[in-house]
Every structure is written in C-alpha cells, then in structure tokens.
Design a protein around this ligand. Structure first.
Ligand code: TRP
Length: 456
C-alpha cells in the first residue's frame, strides 16, 4: 500500500514545517549572490521577465512533479525512483535518476560550500570594520587576498561544511526543521531592513527601473537560456532535493499549494535581493554587470561609505550564510537518506562520510582560485567545470527526466491521487505544462548547452 507508506527518516511535524524547509532549500546563494549578478550581466528587466515566466511555466509544474514523486515513494530518491518505476511497470533502472541526483548534490555542494565560505569570511571582515571608508581598489584587493589564499579558503570551506553536516546529522525533525524554523523568518526580517535602507539611497527608483522595465534589445537567446537554467537552480529542482523533502511530507498536505508558496517566497527573496543591491550599485556608481564578484567586490564599497555600514554589511553577510546553510542541507540529504536506508548506518555516520567526500571535492574548487587557476579542462577551471556540468547539464536533464516520468510513464491516476486536484482547468493546465511545455523547453535548454542545437 504505497499511499500509506511513511518515511523511515520521520515526517515534518506540519505542513508549514515542510514549506519552511523547502523554502530554505530554494532560497540560497542562487537568490542573493547569483540572481543579482546574472541579472546585471544580462541587462535587467527583460531577463527578469523571462526568468519569472520560466518559474511559472517550467519551475512550478516540475516542482509539483518532484514533490509528488517523493511523497509517493517515501524513500531516498534512488529507492523512490526504483519503487515507483516498478509500480508503474517500468524498468527499475529509473533509480539512476536518483543516483544522478546524489552525484549532482555532492558536486554542487562541494563548490557551494566554498562560496558560502567567502560569505563567512565577509561576516568577520565586515564586522571588523575592514571596509569602513575603503576605496573600490581596496575592496578588490581584500577580495583578491581572500580568494588567492588557499589556506584561508580551506578554513572557511571546512567551517561551512561542518555547520552543514552538524544540522544534517541531527535528522529531519530536530535538525532540519529546527534550523529552518529559526533561520527563515530571520532572513526575511533582515531583507526587509536592508530594502528599507536601499529606499533611502537616492537611487531606489533607478534600481527598480533596471529590474522591472524590460528592454528586449538587451536580451539575447543566450540570456533566455541562462534565465531558464537559473529557474531550476533557484528552486532546487532536478536532483532529488525537493523530492527527498517531499518524502517527509504528510499525506494530507496540498502539494499544489505548497509549490506555489515555495516558488512565491523564493521569487520574492530574489527580487528583494535585487531591490537591495541595485539601488546601492547605482547610488555608488558601481557596475551592475560586474559578474560573480558583484556582491563581494562592490557591496562592501557601499557598506564602507554608508551610515552604519559595518552593521548593515555584517547583517547582509550573516543573511547570506544563513540562506546558503539551509540550501546546502538539502543538497546532501538525498545521499544521507540513501546511506541510512541501504547501508543501515546511523545518520551521524552517514553525515560524516558524505560530508567528508564533499569537503574533499571542494578542495579542488578552493585550489582552482589560486594554485590551480592555470589548470583547465576544456578551457575551464575545476570550479567553472563543476558549475557548468551541474547547472547546465545535470539539473535540466534531471528536470526533463522527472517531467517525462510523471507525465508520460506513471499511471495518470497515481499523479492525480497525489496532487489531490479535482478534475478541472487547474489540473488540466498542470498536465499540459508538465507533459508538453516543460519537457520541450528543457530540451531546448539542454540541447543548447551541449551544443547540438543552436538557436539564433
Ligand atoms: N536553490 C539553492 C539556491 O538558490 C541551491 C540549491 C539547493 C540547489 N538545493 C539544490 C540547486 C538542488 C539545485 C538543486 O542557492
């Protein structure tokens, strides 16, 4: 009786706990670090519009599909995919989708932790008043000093991985849930405070104009693809993270409602981060297209100049660490859940083992910014290559596989039962999106990134 199965790892204590945890997974470096800088690089408004369309037409339908798979299977993604494939009369090799997710989670977390380590370092540096009155040049030097020093990067990467694995080791209820309950509301309050600050910079209108007035001349096909890929990354889709969280979801919770709530909160945080960052960028004559270093190389200039800058700057980087922390937990949870299920090890041992492997891979990313910066594969450093393989290949492929499995291979009744949607326009719309629109769009992204099919 699959539908009455409960996860051996426990269950969320309430529907709200699931929404908080999944929102914690979705909201991370992707929203606060990546969204502003890719928006800056891709010209603003039109890019944001495409990103919002991708969230609505691809992200939300695939999120519903991924959660329903998790709740139906009630196990780690590997075992969930195997048993659901059997239930649907398909090959058990669908477990490979779970394996790809475990691998993807490891790889993403290995570099995610290094970037989160930068944020940790910036908490201390900002609190120390290092940026107070600092010139743009000085701020850049401080950034370069950090990333070219493998010892310091390793220290912060190690600290961040330890923080992550400590929460993961404590398990679903006492670990993940408690962390998220405390972290998410704090994060939101901090963002509201920072938006309040930005409203007084004198460039708030300019920031809003940049974010929300579309200029389609500045939008290339490549930008469309970046926006689409980011929709996966920011919602934590395509690698089993949301699936494993769904497996702890009580039967009576509405998957549809939860998905809208999570995507809504995630989008709100990204837009708020943009509303914090761009007014500061414009009021200080900084460059919106500065690239991945945008927040680390330019925000400290603003924090150094503004009243109470050390305080607001510290708050900002604390916020970034919190957001990254609740995301990283979901990147490793599929692996930990699988180790506990298939190797009957304790959660603590599973966390130590998987955390160590991830940490070790992360050392490659640490070195790629300094000692190995000249070592390239296909013209990319170790870090660039990992980012490319995971974000551009693994996530879209995982999302495509999820859409195909749910809309084409699973029994139609099974999906409808889990969603518990009445037959009607809402259900029909979801089915149409997941069956045709999402796979077609993902296929276009995927073929593009592997260079088989070039648009425009
Ligand atoms: N969504 C997170 C962010 O925006 C990152 C993340 C967490 C993620 N879990 C994931 C990305 C699973 C892809 C897949 O920072």
């Amino acid at each position: 009786m699959t539908q009455h199965r409960k996860s051996i790892h426990g269950e969320w204590s309430s529907r709200l706990a699931f929404i908080l945890a999944a929102t914690g997974s979705a909201v991370g470096l992707g929203n606060i670090w990546k969204f502003p800088y890719i928006t800056g690089e891709n010209g603003g408004g039109a890019f944001v519009l495409v990103y919002l369309l991708c969230i609505a037409l691809i992200g939300i339908p695939i999120m519903m599909a991924e959660i329903l798979l998790g709740r139906r299977g009630r196990q780690s993604p590997i075992n969930t995919m195997e048993s659901l494939a059997e239930e649907a009369g398909r090959t058990p090799h669908w477990r490979l989708l779970g394996w790809a997710g475990v691998l993807g989670g490891f790889l993403i977390l290995s570099y995610y932790s290094v970037i989160a380590g930068w944020a940790l370092a910036y908490v201390v540096q900002t609190a120390d008043g290092l940026f107070t009155g600092a010139s743009a040049e000085r701020v850049k030097t401080i950034f370069d000093d950090l990333v070219t020093n493998p010892g310091r990067l390793l220290f912060w990467h190690t600290l961040f991985m330890t923080m992550t694995m400590t929460v993961v080791a404590r398990g679903v209820q006492s670990g993940l849930e408690q962390a998220v309950r405390f972290l998410m509301p704090t994060l939101f309050v901090l963002l509201v405070i920072l938006v309040g600050y930005s409203m007084n910079t004198g460039a708030f209108a300019q920031g809003l104009d940049f974010l929300f007035t579309p200029d389609f001349h500045r939008l290339s096909w490549n930008s469309v693809l970046i926006a689409m890929g980011h929709a996966f990354f920011t919602l934590s889709l395509g690698m089993g993270a949301i699936m494993v969280y769904g497996s702890y979801l009580p039967k009576d919770a509405s998957i549809t409602q939860a998905s809208f709530y999570i995507a809504g909160a995630d989008t709100l945080v990204a837009l708020m981060a943009g509303m914090v960052i761009f007014p500061i960028v414009f009021s200080n004559n900084l460059e919106p297209g500065a690239g991945p270093g945008l927040i680390f190389q330019t925000l400290p200039i603003a924090f150094g100049q503004m009243w109470g800058g050390a305080f607001f700057g510290t708050l900002f980087f604390v916020l970034l660490v919190f957001a990254a922390w609740t995301s990283s937990i979901s990147l490793i949870e599929p692996a930990v859940a699988w180790l506990v299920e298939n190797h009957s090890v304790s959660r603590v041992k599973a966390s130590v083992v998987s955390g160590f492997v991830t940490w070790l891979v992360g050392v490659g990313t640490v070195l790629s910014f300094n000692k190995w910066s000249e070592v390239t594969f296909f013209g990319k450093t170790f870090f660039d290559l990992l980012d490319y393989i995971t974000a551009n290949i693994m996530l879209p492929l995982g999302g495509l596989a999820i859409a195909i499995f749910v809309a084409w291979l699973m029994k139609k009744r099974t999906a409808r039962e889990e969603l518990a949607l009445p037959k009607g326009p809402g259900y029909s719309l979801w089915y149409f999106l997941i069956r045709y629109v999402s796979p077609a769009a993902v296929l276009i992204v995927f073929l593009n990134v592997i260079g088989v099919f070039k648009l425009g």
